[in-house]
Design a protein around this ligand. Structure first.
Ligand SMILES: [Cu+2]
Length: 327
């Protein structure tokens, strides 16, 4: 876990790690919009261009390198506070979700998925929400909180509000926009993940966040399917972990327009903690409905490449193939 320096620069709110998803995308979209590459990409399905090749329908943008989305570099649990202030702003922008594949996204904090939030059970989260778009949006958390803080009331364009929730229970909780039509607000990118660490920390592990999501290209919903927002990334750049050292995956399915998503690991089995709660079965496939999530714990004993992908192969082939490289 020695490569935090870059991520530290990008860390948001003192807790975010998936902000890593955004910093690069900001520059790329601006460049892309000014280039012929962007015009060529408009309306061209990467499936048609790449022929739906097994292994990644659209490779990561050329400016992305092996460390840009390196999943093991999420920050450790932050030191506990009584109150944690989180700024969350909704904006609209073009993001590059695969090589030369651009998507007009609605974002929390400029990225899809939105920033990774991390807190310790019992902390008060003060979430300062601003809607800097021309449409109503809001911010609804899964997990437990006071019903008055549930976040389903629309916040009008230009509006702002503050939500206050007590982080809990320990586990893994999605957040997303809850304005109707809900499917559209989620499919356009308004979702993210909150890790709530137990008061007694979990044992050390190499930690990875994998969020399954999809993007419409032209008229085709989920033409691009991604882990952490970039098609083909972990196929090109495997997640590096140390062999023989425990791995913990924070897994979530944010796919709209698909009844289920799933995660399959080759050559090893893992323990499933549904929603990050009590330990459940040991298996090599876990299937998740929309907004379902799980913590997976396993150890890769032998050096080598261990493939992972959704076991709906039409999803895998659209950009969600990946590898762990145990070294
Ligand atoms: Cu919305």
């Amino acid at each position: 876990m020695g490569r935090w320096s870059r991520r530290d620069l990008l860390r948001r709110f003192g807790v975010g790690g998936a902000a890593l998803l955004g910093a690069g995308l900001v520059g790329a979209a601006a460049d892309g919009e000014q280039s012929g590459r962007y015009r060529r990409a408009v309306g061209i399905s990467p499936l048609h261009r790449a022929g739906g090749v097994y292994g990644g329908a659209a490779d990561p943008p050329s400016w992305m390198g092996p460390n840009d989305l390196d999943g093991i570099t999420i920050p450790p649990p932050p030191s506990r506070r009584d109150r944690r202030v989180i700024e969350m702003t909704v904006t609209e922008r073009s993001i590059e979700v695969g090589e030369d594949v651009f998507f007009d996204a609605w974002t929390y904090g400029g990225t899809v998925p939105g920033p990774l939030l991390r807190a310790t059970e019992g902390e008060v989260l003060e979430i300062r929400f601003r809607n800097q778009t021309d449409r109503p949006h809001n911010l609804h958390f899964h997990g437990r909180h006071h019903p008055a803080q549930d976040g389903w009331e629309p916040i009008p364009p230009g509006g702002e509000t503050t939500y206050e929730i007590v982080a809990g229970p320990a586990g893994l909780h999605p957040y997303h926009c809850h304005v109707t039509p809900l499917h559209l607000h989620v499919a356009k990118g308004l979702y993210g993940l909150l890790i709530v660490d137990p008061a007694i920390p979990r044992p050390y592990a190499q930690e990875v966040v994998l969020i399954l999501g999809g993007f419409q290209v032209g008229d085709e919903p989920n033409a691009v399917v991604t882990w952490n927002g970039v098609a083909g990334y972990y196929h090109r750049f495997p997640v590096k972990v140390e062999a023989g050292v425990p791995v913990r995956v924070y897994l979530a399915n944010m796919l709209e327009y698909e009844p289920v998503g799933s995660f399959h690991l080759h050559a090893e089995v893992f323990r499933v903690l549904p929603a990050g709660g009590e330990p459940g079965p040991v298996t090599d496939v876990v299937t998740l409905g929309q907004m379902e999530r799980a913590i997976l714990e396993f150890t890769l004993p032998e050096p080598g490449r261990y493939m992972f992908h959704p076991h709906q192969h039409w999803l895998a082939e659209r950009g969600a193939m990946g590898w762990f490289a145990a070294v």
